[in-house]
Design a protein around this ligand. Structure first.
Ligand SMILES: [Mg+2]
Length: 324
């Protein structure tokens, strides 16, 4: 009997998607950051993201406001990954009976802050009691700008892999909490990540950007999704990944490898994208003029192999898979 552990998160998604019929209004179904639906003359983007206490968050490491903020950001970031605009949010909350009201209100304050920050609104949801852990499921409805959105597939041979935003800080923040020596700058990124909505929209309109994903499960894994969708391989050059000074400092003191956090740590919600080699210089120069967000070329797509290599060597299983 095959178990979830054998199949892994992405094997499970592949398998379930084969069970489900599609419809003519579905432009992109299962397998991207958002589903893309054509409603009248508009392209709507829809995604949901669920977080469960003890798996995604611990109440001793974050305030209720932080927990709500991060749950909303994880969902909003999927709209950023398509280059879209978030509009409406639904929140489903499963709570243990002992949960204090001030905690629930705090979570909603955090949710509302993150959602209003990007110009969207919470319009409803559902609540239930659970015999298990506190669980928050956030659904985001957004729309593409005009008829343009950036899918995961679309990378071509020779395209460059770029990252906008920081990598490794959120997972190092969690590491510092688990060690009992919280490093404030890293913990702030872990608890209060930013969904790069305007950056995603800008990149979505940038000529030569052909595929995009948000880095929720680690760069190795998420760049691997772009490569797989294009039936290509990708080579990541770890030396080109910018390391934030706070991450560098934390790792130096703790005797840890900062690049390992940057390659495999999730939840920073940076954007990874494939861009045509002839287009990247103009794109990166103009992006830097527009935003203070870091942006760098970190790799290249290749047909010499399938999957992800780091400096030419097959990457060990990095990143986050819920069932392995
Ligand atoms: Mg995503």
């Amino acid at each position: 009997m095959t178990t979830l552990g054998d199949l892994g998160e992405f094997g499970l998604i592949d398998r379930l998607s084969r069970l489900l019929p599609s419809a003519p209004t579905v432009v992109e179904g299962i397998g991207d950051d958002c589903a893309v639906l054509r409603l009248f003359d508009r392209l709507m983007l829809i995604s949901c993201d669920m977080v469960v206490e003890t798996i995604h968050f611990r109440r001793e490491y974050a305030t209720p406001e932080d927990i709500g903020w991060k749950a909303a950001t994880a969902a909003l970031s999927d709209i950023a990954a398509m280059g879209g605009t978030p509009l409406f949010v639904l929140v489903a909350l499963a709570m243990p009976g002992m949960c204090e009201i001030h905690c629930i209100e705090g979570i909603y304050r955090g949710l509302a802050d993150a959602v209003s920050q990007v110009g969207a609104v919470i319009v409803g949801g559902d609540t239930t009691r659970t015999p298990g852990y506190l669980t928050i499921d956030v659904t985001v409805v957004g729309e593409a700008i005009g008829d343009r959105y950036v899918a995961r597939r679309g990378a071509r041979l020779g395209d460059l892999l770029c990252v906008a935003g920081r990598l490794g800080m959120a997972s190092a923040g969690l590491h510092s909490l688990e060690q009992g020596e919280p490093q404030p700058e890293l913990v702030r990124v872990h608890n209060r990540p930013t969904a790069l909505i305007t950056q995603g929209q800008w990149l979505g309109a940038c000529p030569g950007v052909r595929a995009m994903i948000d880095v929720s499960d680690g760069l190795v894994q998420d760049a691997g999704h772009i490569a797989k969708a294009a039936n290509l391989g990708v080579d990541i050059d770890p030396a080109r990944i910018p390391i934030d000074p706070a991450l560098e400092e934390y790792c130096r003191k703790a005797g840890l490898d900062a690049r390992r956090f940057a390659l495999t740590g999730g939840e920073d919600y940076a954007l990874a994208f494939a861009i045509a080699p002839g287009a990247y210089e103009v794109c990166l120069t103009n992006f830097r003029r527009e935003f203070r967000t870091e942006i760098t070329v970190v790799g290249e797509f290749t047909s010499a192999w399938k999957g992800v290599r780091v400096a030419g060597h097959p990457a060990d299983r990095g990143g986050f898979d819920h069932f392995r």
